[in-house]
Ligand binder design. Structure first.
Ligand SMILES: NC(=O)c1ccc[n+]([C@@H]2O[C@H](COP(=O)([O-])OP(=O)(O)OC[C@H]3O[C@@H](n4cnc5c(N)ncnc54)[C@H](O)[C@@H]3O)[C@@H](O)[C@H]2O)c1
Length: 342
């Protein structure tokens, strides 16, 4: 019997502990972001609730953000849980942003050759993207996310109440991923333009689920979720941008070099609604450093062979195609862009 994965359940904070309890097993493992623990003290709450039902709760507090996504932390966390008599029936819950779900989902994939897990995203970016889909893992010293697995959560609990404590730069980064969905699905763009916040978040998550269910291992259609990411990842590294902000600039650059004026106009409308400032470019009055950009493109794991790249293109809202583009061709387009900067 194959269990359905990536189920979505929307709930309020006051119902969260009840819901977790329903899914808990004799021994339940929690991986909680340190900042979430500081703000919500979930460890004591969950441990006392499960203990009152004669169950065990074991908690790992994860370092906030990228510092948790290392092999060293993976080893420390695995050894900690393995010293606590866990079994193959134990279930894992991650509570935190995308770094926590990437890390915690990877831990779940490794312990006893794979435990079931559930994800409770607390940042906007993880609610609309990272928490669902089963791409889990940690960073290599070569580049981000190169060590990992596909291991989907059973459930993603969408609790927007967590957003109240999210720092505004993290909210804006999440908005960058929402901007991406506006191009993937025109009904999401409508929700954004009409300021329907929670509906937008749920619609993004449902859209991702639809695509991931069709193509769980990113053989084909799932690649559309990378719209803006190829160039975005380069800009993220070059200008130390928050991930979602880099994706927004990646889409801007892509539409500009493809000369898609009508979508550029839409991009500006969406960006305004999403509090994304697309006026001050990250490169300021300079040109793009295309030597660095090219070397970053080559390092990107989406390079399909030595000279081709899978480029995700939008011709209209919801009209997305995946094209193999010669790296030389893309670089020529970027040289032209640089030339036009004056
Ligand atoms: N697996 C995927 O499909 C996928 C997709 C996109 C991104 N990612 C990964 O997700 C990570 C980025 O995710 P992120 O933007 O959520 O970053 P994050 O997990 O690093 O969280 C950002 C910061 O916000 C804090 N935070 C989170 N929720 C909070 C809340 N409710 N209140 C207060 N503080 C809170 C965290 O402690 C952290 O300091 C990256 O590592 C990226 O590679 C994975």
């Amino acid at each position: 019997l194959i269990k359905e994965k990536n189920q979505i359940k929307k709930l309020n904070f006051i119902d969260l502990v009840d819901e977790i309890e329903k899914k808990s097993t004799q021994t339940t493992l929690f991986i909680i972001d340190e900042n979430i623990e500081k703000n919500y003290q979930l460890k004591a709450l969950l441990e006392s609730r499960l203990q009152s039902n004669s169950k065990r709760a074991i908690t790992w507090i994860a370092k906030p953000g990228e510092p948790t996504k290392t092999l060293n932390e993976v080893e420390r966390c695995c050894e900690f849980f393995l010293s606590q008599q866990i079994t193959r029936q134990s279930v894992v819950f991650t509570i935190g942003g995308g770094a926590t779900s990437d890390f915690g989902g990877f831990i779940a994939s490794l312990l006893l050759r794979g435990l079931s897990w559930n994800s409770i995203p607390t940042s906007l970016l993880s609610m609309v993207d990272a928490a669902l889909g089963g791409k889990v893992g940690v960073n290599s010293t070569q580049a981000k996310n190169l060590i990992g697995a596909f291991h989907s959560p059973d459930q993603v609990y969408l609790c927007c109440d967590f957003l109240k404590t999210l720092p505004s730069e993290e909210r804006i980064s999440g908005n960058g991923e929402i901007l991406k969905y506006c191009f993937l699905d025109s009904s999401i763009s409508e929700l954004v333009l009409t300021d329907q916040r929670e509906e937008t978040i749920l619609a993004c998550l449902n859209f991702k689920k639809k695509i991931v269910d069709l193509d769980p291992f990113e053989a084909n259609q799932r690649k559309i979720l990378n719209l803006g990411h190829t160039l975005g990842h380069c800009l993220e590294r070059m200008y130390a941008l928050p991930h979602g902000v880099a994706v927004a600039w990646g889409i801007f650059l892509l539409l500009t070099i493809e000369n898609n004026q009508s979508l550029l106009k839409k991009l500006k409308e969406f960006a305004l609604k999403l509090d994304l400032d697309l006026k001050a470019t990250p490169w300021g009055s300079h040109k793009l450093d295309l030597k660095i950009l090219e070397s970053l493109l080559k390092m990107d794991k989406k390079m399909t062979s030595t000279d081709e790249i899978d480029l995700i293109l939008a011709s209209d809202l919801g009209e997305i195609k995946i094209e193999k583009r010669k790296l030389d061709h893309l670089m020529n387009q970027l040289h032209e862009f640089n030339h036009d900067l004056g």
